[in-house]
Design a protein around this ligand. Sequence first.
Ligand code: MG
Length: 630
Amino acid sequence: MTLSIATTSVPGDPAAKLSAIAEAGFDGIELFEQDFTCFDGTAEDFSQLVVDHDLKIVALQPFENLEGLEGSLRRKSFDRLERKFDLMKALRTDLLLVSSSTHAEATGDPEKLSADLAELADRAAKRNLRVAYMALPWARYIRTETEALDVIRAIDSPNLGLGINSVFTLADGSRPARIKDVPGDRVFHVQLSDAPAVDMDLRHLAQHFRLLPGQGDLNLAGFVRIIARNGYSGAWSLDGINEVRPQSGAKAIANDGYRSMVNLLNRVGRREPDVTFDIPTLPERVYTSGFEFIEFAAGEKDAEALTALLSSLCFRMERRHVSKSVELWRQGAVNIVVNTEQEGFAHSAYVQHGPTVCDMGLRVADAATTVARASALGTPVFSQPVGTGELDIPAIRGVGGNVVHFIDEKSDLHRVWDIEFNPVAATVATQPAGLRRIDHIAQTMKYEEMQSWLLYYTSTFQMKKSPIVDVADPSGIVHSQAIESPEGEVRLNLNGAETGRTFAGAFLTDQRGAGVQHIAFLTDDIFETSAQLAASGFQRLTISPNYYADLQTAFGLEDAFVEKLKHWNILYDRSGDGEYFQIYSVPIFDGFFFEIVERRNGYDGYGARNAPIRLAAQMKYKGTAEKLGS
Ligand code: MG
């Protein structure tokens, strides 16, 4: 089995493509001829370059419009084929992808089509080459793998087999069962890519909206399962080009591609004991049962501002690190770590981004296997020197360069607060405000990075994604994608900003890169919490009175209830019986803020209808703060 990727999927010149592909972990390429055409050298040179990267060319493509032609057109198309065979010999690859004809002058006469494809098989046999014939859904006559298979079976040549593409098979809404009778030994090549579930012309969709496995909505696991179970043993080739999506670099795309393929094949292999794929062994996707901690990197001054805000949220500084300038602030099950060290990872994060969330800790059943899975998927493992008396807590790099640590109960890791920290005697009695745990964390990133983050989370952890919600910021659009663990213990919002002018976009510019922009705490009684926070000097975001008039109309709320919301600047949403309440802090640093939420009756959204109101209030606050020169 070969894990392959189409050279069109990765940007850059041929050498850059090959090195990104090889480094990501692939062992083969599906060579798009144009990538050879623009190569400065002979076919032999190219072939050598491929070998030097420990890769092989699993197939050459494209070859179109061969069958169904007459007279000189026919002669010309077969001459073209022979020249392609010459090139394949020079490139030392033996498989050509031929797609069914879209030629305006091709005939649909079944005997003629069959005779041409038989000649194709003959000529390939004479050259000791093979052809994978692939039905294009928009071809003139042969449009499905079943139609192609009928012809291939009738010809019955070992040199002619079937090429299958997951988008062609599934994107029209077909189930994978459509290919259940395709014998594995007749399949010569399989292309894998995902696509969104949208009702769109298949050609347009396939050409412009192909995604990496796991990023779209197709049942690729079912598709791979059937093909593998039927005995297919050729290459699995990632065909994930997407011309519309803004391109990140070659390396990032190749790494994402590898992660998406291994994740997919691993998922199938797990449920299908008779099928084995030649991929690294990796533990199952990891169940996360909560946020153990959030760590801020800050300078002295910023730490003062941050801890003042935490105090006003009724957090208490409970512990201090045994040897480092690190404090633990706590309320309910929320642990906030404030790190003002002058060296180490947190300090570098501070130097690069300014005050920022540099690290988060997730609770898992087994920290070591979590890291094993992430690293088998190509995620770099993180480590820094461990001081005396400190635990070596397993960690990986998140997508934006920040760090994710894993805390389990299998080892001493969950005792980190006792082992590495000393308790601090309380000087003032702090009355908690009822913040129980972290409800969600929102990470802001460039829109083009969103798919990458999504893939990272969903391939490593047992998390499911919700549909993307577009939020209108007064200065542009922010795309918001929620992902959650099965029981909602870990909820993340990935927010992709398109312009620097949005509140989220400004955060990206000021922070110099992606990061956590807000953290939401969960309370069981928003009004009681609100009263506590008012008493402790918490500075909340002021919401326009017009919002409350609109709210009353939209949901038919009681006067007294709306008055209460308005009095405390609480935002409200309802979905069925579920109710959601939100309070926001004013932003600090480069636009970071806290949120306090209450969920009633199983409300499981994030108050998307209120996001424009919140953003407008934040922009207004920012404008006022800038005018005041603060
Ligand atoms: Mg939120």
